[in-house]
Ligand binder design. Structure first.
Ligand code: PLP
Length: 356
């Protein structure tokens, strides 16, 4: 079966098999890793190796802290303004869809939000260009969502600003190389390209630590987490361990360069199949089409239900679009093999012949 879920998404079979093998007896210890203290030397070594592997995969410099937190990307929507405003009263946000809007709504509880650019006028089918951004030089930071998971809208450039750049990389982290040095802070919920839900990765430049608002709960202060090596309290140990297995798997596959080549091929052939037919459609601007989340509609939405049923019958799972937009969505993260996309295209072509 092939899993096109937007998240929690599929994990590589090899990772699940290893986790299964180690579940009852991790490295001869007679216990599962999830049954050990987070302060044990065994778990500390798992945690440190995972961080090291992520640093290598992404080329993260020593001037960044890597945090393994809880609360999902949604908690970051508040932690970011709480920590990065540092006495300033406003922040720049780019609005390219549902996740940007949620980040904006949360930030507006703490500061004035300047919507520096928006895709609203084009129905969220294209991102604003660098020239269109109306940046505020007094902003504390600029926040954007490189890939909108629900809309399937992706930036084809990294916005430039004189203030620290903050990115919600939840649905595109590790899908290709990224110049981390361009960012002040990167965050991602794990449940797409990293591991199981319950873990959130935050990569933050050290000079941005230490400015949390007064009376913030301790758990919302990046500096405290950084100083505690993400072990201020009990971290999500099993998720962290599984993320570590995914990072090793990624390295075995050839790292983010190899992922990029495969992900580009997968996305290109799926969009080509959609564009090559009058039966399927995707309205996104060509250079803002997501490599990770490919939404598409059928010519007649009365066929959606039967499309999903027949797809499931042949083992193509979780193709239903988000409840807010309808239609279909194929999420084709790192763990989705090229064969899955080939099978989906075959199925789409057969379905079209039968129903067009
Ligand atoms: N941001 C993006 C781009 C997402 O895709 C998601 C979840 O799908 C979120 C934020 C919210 O993440 P979480 O459920 O971890 O809070």
């Amino acid at each position: 079966k092939f899993n096109f879920s937007a998240g929690p998404a599929g994990l590589p079979d090899a990772v699940l098999a290893q986790a299964q093998e180690e579940l009852l007896d991790w490295h001869g210890k007679g216990l599962s890793i999830m049954e050990m203290s987070h302060r044990s030397k065994e778990f500390v070594s798992v945690a440190e190796t995972a961080e090291q592997d992520l640093r290598e995969l992404m080329g993260i410099g020593d001037n960044y802290k890597v945090l393994f937190l809880q609360g999902g990307a949604t908690t970051q929507f508040s932690m970011i303004p709480m920590n990065l405003l540092r006495g300033k009263s406003s922040a720049d946000y780019i609005n390219t869809g549902i996740w940007s809007k949620k980040a904006i709504k949360e930030a507006a509880r703490y500061c004035e939000v300047n919507v520096a650019g928006s895709s609203e006028a084009n129905g969220f089918t294209a991102v604003p260009s660098q020239d269109e951004l109306k940046l505020n030089p007094e902003a504390a930071y600029l926040h954007y969502t490189p890939n909108e998971t629900i809309g399937g809208l992706e930036f084809d450039y990294i916005p430039q600003s004189d203030v620290p750049l903050v990115a919600d990389l939840s649905s595109t982290i590790l899908s290709r190389p990224l110049d981390v040095d361009k960012f002040g802070l990167i965050y991602a919920g794990a449940q797409k390209n990293i591991g199981p839900a319950g873990l959130t990765v935050v990569i933050v430049r050290e000079d941005l630590l230490g400015g949390v608002i007064e009376n913030a709960p301790t758990m919302f202060d990046y500096k405290v987490h950084a100083e505690a090596d993400s072990m201020l309290n009990t971290p999500p140990t099993f998720g962290w361990y599984l993320a570590g297995l995914v990072f090793k798997w990624l390295k075995d596959q050839g790292g983010v360069e190899a992922m990029a080549a495969m992900n580009q091929r997968k996305a290109e052939k799926l969009y080509a199949a959609i564009d090559g037919s009058d039966f399927y459609g995707n309205p996104m601007a060509l250079n803002n089409r997501s490599w990770m989340n490919v939404p598409f509609t059928l010519a007649d939405d009365a066929l959606d239900k039967v499309f999903l049923e027949k797809a499931e019958e042949v083992g193509l799972l979780n193709l239903k679009g988000h409840r807010s937009v309808g239609g279909m969505r194929a999420s084709i993260y790192n763990a989705v093999p090229e064969a899955a996309v080939d099978a989906l295209i075959d199925f789409m072509q057969t379905f079209e012949k039968e129903h067009a």
